[in-house]
Design a protein around this ligand. Structure first.
Ligand code: SF4
Length: 362
């Protein structure tokens, strides 16, 4: 169990972060950053040839029992415009059909706040429904972003048609984690979350995503810890996560948290992703609409990443005219933005045929 070795590894990265991250040159826009960017692009091109894997998030519920201090959907959110929504089966079907039939997506990520009334059985049904609709157009790719579950539930989700599951660790800093996740709900349990990666891998999911929310804690330690965690899982489980979440904190109107000095600059952020790409080119960053489109293109250099097109962070945001947001995003409409991807040398692989989820090359 990773939790048994966690404190020793954490101590190590606190004393000695991964060498390039502790260099004063890192993120300065100088030769070190240029070398990392060039190396990352080359290694990605070698493996993926510029292919990117389009995906859209589909929020199923914004009802949440947790109190994460940085999130607009937290219980106790002070956002006057926030309307809590939980989709019905018919609503979910309408939203999936919109993305598939009207926007051409072939990969959909189901996203859940920690809704006390949604069970693993419900999520299995949602996965089955989504996979069924996607299968009309070829191989379905169904993702999940939700509170971690048991290995047995991950196996049931896999059998229902789940392709990949992502859990962002938020931060590996246990003290910061405690401050940011007050209360006694599930998310307050740091180690239940930390060990979810072993459970997802054990359940045999094709895609497993890890990552931190940059802006919550010191990026040198958090990103060094990602590399330590990846290596540990490869040794222990024979494979590690093959998806890297790269969310960077955006302001949330109903949450008190201010990232202050923790938020990495654009240059630091780009170099962190490049460094991880150079180190683990088979791991696919999940490029998110939290970033401007030009930044997304830079983060996707060489391909080999999930690329978010069309994005609403409100349940029913595509077809039900529900407004509001978990955080501010761009909405890069697939038909409009696909030519811009191609112009940047990136080729959308809609059915994810070349993704490491399918080739098993992790
Ligand atoms: S981050 Fe997730 S669990 Fe935390 S308050 Fe927001 S929706 Fe709920």
């Amino acid at each position: 169990m990773f939790s048994l070795e966690f404190h020793g590894l954490w101590q190590e990265v606190c004393e000695r972060p991964e060498p390039p991250l502790s260099s004063p040159e890192f993120g300065s826009g100088g030769p070190l950053d240029a070398a990392l960017a060039a190396q990352a692009r080359l290694r990605k091109l070698e493996q993926f040839g510029g292919a990117v894997f389009p995906v859209s998030p589909l929020y199923v519920t914004s009802v949440c029992k947790e109190r994460c201090t940085y999130c607009n959907y937290r219980a106790g959110s002070t956002d006057p415009d926030l309307k809590r929504v939980r989709l019905s089966g018919a609503d979910l079907e309408r939203e999936v059909r919109f993305l598939v039939e009207e926007r051409g997506l072939r990969a959909v990520e189901l996203v859940y706040a920690s809704d006390p009334l949604i069970t693993a059985d419900d999520i299995c049904r949602h996965v089955e429904l989504t996979a069924r609709i996607l299968a009309r157009c070829g191989r379905p790719v169904v993702g999940l972003s939700a509170e971690p579950v048991t290995a047995a539930d991950y196996r049931r989700l896999r059998d229902a048609g789940l392709t990949f599951s992502v859990v962002w660790m938020e931060t590996y800093d246990p003290e910061r984690y405690r401050e940011l996740h007050p209360g006694r709900q599930t998310k307050a349990d740091f180690f239940w979350r930390l060990e979810s990666y072993e459970r997802m891998l054990e359940a045999g999911l094709e895609g497993v995503g890890y990552g931190v929310l940059s802006g919550l804690a010191g990026w040198r330690r958090d990103w060094s810890m990602l590399a330590a965690h990846q290596r540990w899982l490869r040794r222990r489980c024979g494979r590690g996560p093959n998806i890297l979440g790269i969310p960077r904190l955006r302001p949330a109107p109903g949450a008190p948290y201010d990232p202050g000095a923790f938020l990495p600059s654009d240059a630091v952020f780009r170099s962190l992703v490049a460094w991880h790409n150079a180190l683990f080119p088979d791991v696919m960053p999940f490029v998110s609409t939290r970033e401007p489109f030009e930044t997304c293109l830079q983060l996707a250099a060489g391909g080999g990443c999930l690329f978010t097109l069309n994005c609403s962070t409100v349940p029913g945001g595509y077809t039900l005219d529900h407004r509001g947001a978990q955080f501010r995003t761009g909405d890069y409409d697939a038909p409009v933005f696909t030519p811009r991807l191609r112009a940047a040398g990136l080729e959308p692989d809609w059915a994810w045929r070349g993704a490491t989820c399918y080739t098993g090359s992790v």
